[in-house]
Design a protein around this ligand. Sequence first.
Ligand SMILES: [Zn+2]
Length: 154
Amino acid sequence: MRVTISSTVLAQIVAEMRASPAKEICGLLFGDGTAIHAAQACLNVATDPARTFEIDPAALIAAHRHARSGGPAIMGHYHSHPSGFAEPSAHDAADATPDGSLWLIAAGNEVRGWRAVRDGAVHGRFDPVTLVSLAPCAADSASPEDAIDTKDFQ
Ligand SMILES: [Zn+2]
């Protein structure tokens, strides 16, 4: 599976991750199924946010409600691993519903994509997704320093 992501959205997620070195960040991803157009940062309400994440249920409900009334579709969500790798942890696998939703995981200088499926290649729950970063349009202000290493996904 191949999913495109606006480089502006990618830079936004990385900036959030870098601003939160001790706690996992999390948020929702919006798009049309194969293209991520926007990300919305959400409060991490997990009891141990240094090691896990739980998207603020109020934000989740609001986004679903908005999607049902014609707003952007929720493709999945993203979170960070402050001291780990950009791959799903065993804890992520235990929490994931195999519903085909997209998981973006940010760590170090990487953002990688995964899809929660039955019998996935990683922890029996996730298949890797090829993330393709699209150049920003002229109106975007992402700077070259925000460039993310996506070589692993090509
Ligand atoms: Zn995780």
